[in-house]
Design a protein. Structure first.
Lengths: 163, 105
């Protein structure tokens, strides 16, 4: 699927404009978030065996649940060893959490000024997340993360049996 | 004193945590500012603004450095334990000098 990578390219084009305006930089940050969002949704949906159902499944993802799932991963793996699978997953989750908040500001908050360096940093975070995800795409914890983006963890604790 | 899902947030502890991270990264970091607020879903959050020295501000260096600083701030300020979503933004000394943004000063 080309959409996530195309979106990332659009974000890059917007940021690299010769005379970027506040509007182009805001669109760049917002698009960088959507590039990562669609990458994760696409990867999660590709696990669904029937391709004809995947586009409907993709509509079931919610930003809020994706935030909760990503926050859990970044908290769990922030101290993972360098170059470990867990550290790469941390980078993906961290980028998602950060970019989602930046997207909100870029799209809706008139009170902030978004300069070039901060737009460039946001784009860099998205690019790094794409690379990290590619490195760990077939790992079990990556697949577990992808499913958690859609499905809430319902196993809160072991039942307490009386007696 | 702000209240989060985890209870009260001790601002003195957070300030000390920030100072420890500033010291740890003194070669790269000029200063760190923060504020408590809510993220886009209305959850208690802390927003860190890190001003790095110009030598550390090249984008490839900054991406690597930002990860180390972010993790250090999360651990020192115990953002998870305090029930806070942690957000980070970065700029350089020279960019801040141009913009004179009071939130980053």
């Amino acid at each position: 699927m080309a959409l996530p990578h195309d979106l990332l390219a659009v974000a890059r084009d917007l940021r690299e404009k010769e005379f970027p305006t506040e509007a182009t930089l805001r669109r760049s940050v917002s698009t960088a978030y959507y590039a990562l969002l669609h990458l994760l949704i696409h990867e999660a949906c590709s696990n669904w065996a029937r391709p004809e159902h995947r586009s409907n499944l993709a509509r079931a993802f919610e930003h809020k649940q994706m935030l909760a799932a990503s926050e859990k991963q970044r908290s769990k793996y922030k101290d993972a060893a360098e170059n470990s699978t867990e550290k790469y997953l941390f980078r993906v989750a961290q980028a998602f959490v950060q970019l989602q908040q930046k997207r909100e500001l870029a799209d809706y908050d008139y009170s902030i000024h978004l300069p070039l360096d901060r737009a460039q940093f946001a784009l860099g975070q998205a690019e790094k997340a794409f690379i990290s995800r590619e490195i760990i795409r077939n790992e079990q914890i990556t697949q577990d993360y992808l499913s958690s983006l859609l499905i809430r963890d319902r196993i809160a604790k072991q039942p307490e049996w009386g007696g | 004193m702000p209240i989060t899902a985890a209870g009260f947030v001790n601002q003195k502890e957070i300030m000390s945590a920030v100072q420890r991270v500033e010291s740890k990264f003194a070669r790269e970091v000029h200063h760190i500012r923060y504020n408590l607020g809510e993220n886009w879903i209305g959850a208690p959050s802390i927003f860190f603004r890190v001003v790095v020295r110009d030598e550390a501000a090249r984008i490839d260096l900054l991406l690597e450095l930002s990860e180390r600083i972010s993790i250090s701030l999360m651990n020192e300020a115990r953002t998870d334990e305090n029930g806070l979503y942690a957000y980070f933004d970065f700029t350089s000394v020279s960019e801040q000098a141009k913009r004179q943004d009071p939130d980053w000063a």
